[in-house]
Ligand binder design. Sequence first.
Ligand code: URQ
Ligand code: ZN
Ligand code: ZN
Length: 480
Amino acid sequence: MGLLIKGGKVVHHDRSEMADVYCANGTIQCIGLNLDVPADTEMVDAHGCLVMPGGIDPHTHMQLPFMGTVVSDDFYTGTRAALAGGTTMIIDFVIPAPQQRLMDAFSIWREWAQKAASDYAFHVAITWWDKSVYDDMGTLVNDEGINSFKHFMAYKNSIMATDDILVGSFNRCRELGAIPTVHAENGELVFYLQQELLAKGITGPEAHPLSRPPLVEGEAANRAIHIAGTLGSPIYIVHVSTQDAVDAIAYARAHGQEVFGEVLAGHLLIDDSVNQHNDWSFAAAHVMSPPFRPKEHQKVLWDALKSGTLQTTATDHCSFCVEQKAMGREDFTKIPNGTAGVEDRMAVIWDRGVNSGQLSVNDFVAVTSTHAAQIFNIYPRKGSISKGADADIVIWDPEATKTISASTHHQNVDFNIYEGMQVRGLPIKTISQGEMVWNEGELDTPRGRGRFIRRPPYPPVYETLTKRNRLSKPESIKRD
Ligand code: URQ
Ligand code: ZN
Ligand code: ZN
């Protein structure tokens, strides 16, 4: 039985239209008015509402083992909460331990994600390098539907990718038609500043941002951009949080380089005052990397999102309960880094972005869904309301209101960084794979209904890139 979404305004990333949407067999069958649909079609009333592509969160870490503990949301609870917030797909991360075969780690994460309630994909992290990593990257792209590889430039003595790894992996990405992504913080500088702060006896969560000042992100973003530009690979900078990194991205893009940037809802809305809070647990609950920044960076981030310098929004959902954060009670470097937010991303960006007039409704669709689908090569199957696309749709009531709270959210964590925030504009219905999974406050998300979404490689990048700042095809490099 199909669904007919009637009476709404369909909002695409580039235009809007009054139209009905008929979904059946998990996909969008037709869009228009006075549609002729089967008699047993279920009617969904969207009058007064907007009908948008389901959100895509390109940056989450469900049930990640990290810093001696495990993220409290698993692939079921985390994706269930995402659906309640209008997000119908996440892109999570396979993070092999150094020396662990990529294919082995991939199998482990695939198993964990079997329980997901929404569709999902994976970026695979490159945390070490040898011929097996090179080979496994090829297997993942050619056989497993992976087209993006993550590099943590931070987290020294753990998963940090040094420059030699960046060079080898970015070049391999170029060969395979994959996109490298980076967590851009200079891990050596962070480590040095952490040791310096501890030596001075500064051990509380207030030290965390002091060990990761904006230049630490700006330097790493510049370095990654220049390595990618030299090798001719595109690059995607995750959780851009500073003017320093925005400036690096804007300069590179203005000079024709293929650079994409992501901003977290948290960094758009929350400033560094949270780090100075006199309650240890409150300050520790906000410890994430990159840290929350002084307010002036937030305006730059909003302007970059509006102007297209940054293209996507994400959450970096990496939830730790209060007692997990207490692992760093004596030493801030041991506070598990991460905050939650997969359920609230769309509502908080709508409230602070669209209601404030900073973003149009079409911009909202672009930065919460369409751009991520386009960059990670699953558009228009995902991120669009078009014939043949997956029926992943959110029905948005621009006048619905709520107060965000850990006491009412669906995330499996006892803290919410948006606690008490009042928002206007909410997802009142979420449709995933053509099924009503979130309906006026009720979730219907059977465990394991989510699918692993394969993402094809890009056409060989050296066939599509301009010649500027690029190596030409390797075999055509003239050697004298
Ligand atoms: O660095 C990341 O993106 C992961 C490990 C989540 N933690 C965080 O603080 N952002
Ligand atoms: Zn990160
Ligand atoms: Zn992350």
